[in-house]
Design a binder for this molecule. Structure first.
Ligand code: SF4
Length: 377
């Protein structure tokens, strides 16, 4: 087929690992892909913005039957702080993305077919094999992450169908450039959804690959559909750390729901932003304080374990009691009751909490042993 890709050999290989997509509508002589907010209109022999979905013989072909990354991670690494804390999440990723962030930490897989140097490899797998691995690893969650999962929604659906039937909680770690069609397709299986809100400046957002409004709409749609939602902002000096911008961003989240956990996390130089300085502790704490001032009840400062005081912990908005104490991905203590409330004042704490609280893994590194983030074979 006609190609518009950086790496022809990789495109040829990936094009073999596809199926006919379902998130698509015919429109004239072309097909309208509705898996992400770009809503690409794709003609015969052409590819969408993500490069990994393409039209051949009048059908939209979509990624299927492989993984490019598979890890067992603490759920706190996603990060989800209000969703089965202390659990392991079997996390899989594929190749490609609908955005092209210059600071992407997964660019080696996400920028496949866009950047010649992004040569992430793939291996075939079935949904049943992934679920068997999750069981073997003792995972409580199965998560689609690393590249943008929306562009591989049909494959995620196939995996989640088996995972949900096996009693595993399914989740998305996404940039939020969503569509109602994709979310309605996924809501049969997904319970938790993390969105990166990468700033609040439309001009900056467009340099990453889409309008800010797409993401704001995505947040609204995810919330309306009842997924458990957590939002993350990677704080990048000079890109999105302007105080006025952070006030607008946190005010927006608070306008949706003050109970949405907001993670503001420290940037470290990566990919094409090698000369941008790392986020300093005080910058991160200041951003967290702005989130609290906006009325957000659960604000977390991440990526600098042990350096941000109480901003890694969950506190009760009713009586300020510390309910979950953390150090990075580690849960050091856990006090939420089996019915999801503060044991001190009885206030309900929003989230998906374990029924068996004494099964929550707590402690230092010794409690995790070899269970910290690791590649799974
Ligand atoms: S997933 Fe998004 S970027 Fe890819 S073809 Fe569909 S609409 Fe376009």
């Amino acid at each position: 087929m006609k190609s518009q890709v950086a790496n022809l050999a990789q495109a040829y290989q990936l094009d073999q690992m596809t199926e006919v997509g379902t998130l698509v509508h015919p429109e004239g002589d072309s097909l309208r892909c509705v898996a992400c907010g770009h809503r690409c209109l794709i003609g015969e022999g052409k590819r969408g913005v993500c490069k990994v979905r393409y039209v051949r013989h009048g059908e939209l072909r979509v990624p299927w039957g492989y993984i490019a990354g598979l890890q067992s991670d603490p759920v706190e690494k996603k990060p989800f702080f209000h969703c089965l804390p202390g659990s392991d999440a079997l996390t899989f990723g594929m190749l490609g993305c609908d955005l092209h962030c210059a600071y992407c930490q997964n660019w080696f897989t996400s920028q496949a077919l866009r950047d010649y140097d992004a040569k992430g490899s793939s291996r075939p797998v079935t949904p049943a094999q992934l679920v068997a691995i999750a069981r073997r690893e003792g995972s409580k969650l199965v998560v689609s992450s690393y590249n943008e999962p929306l562009i591989t929604s049909e494959w995620a659906g196939a995996v989640f169908q088996e995972a949900a039937a096996a009693g595993l909680l399914c989740a998305f770690v996404s940039n939020g450039n969503a569509t109602p069609e994709a979310l309605d397709f996924l809501k049969a299986w997904i319970r938790a959804y993390k969105i990166d809100l990468k700033g609040f400046d439309d001009r900056h957002y467009r340099t990453l690959g889409c309008p800010l409004q797409n993401i704001l709409d995505g947040i609204q749609m995810v919330k309306e559909r009842g997924f458990w939602l957590e939002i993350v902002t990677l704080l990048i000096p000079g890109f999105n750390d302007d105080e006025r911008e952070l006030r607008e961003l946190t005010k927006f989240i608070a306008s949706i729901d003050v109970n949405i956990p907001w993670h503001v996390t420290a940037f470290h130089s990566d990919y094409r932003m090698g000369s941008t300085p790392n986020t300093q502790v005080q910058q991160l704490i200041h951003a967290a304080e702005l989130g609290a001032e906006a009325g957000l009840k659960f604000v977390y400062a991440g990526n600098l374990p042990g350096q941000v005081g109480p901003w890694e912990n969950t506190r009760c908005p009713g009586c300020s009691e510390t309910l979950i104490e953390r150090y990075g991905f580690l849960v050091r203590s856990y006090r939420i009751t089996a019915d999801g409330a503060c044991p001190g004042c009885g206030k309900a704490i929003p989230g998906i909490w374990p029924k068996e609280t004494n099964a929550v893994r707590v402690g230092g590194l010794e409690a995790y042993g070899s269970r910290l983030p690791r590649v799974v074979r």
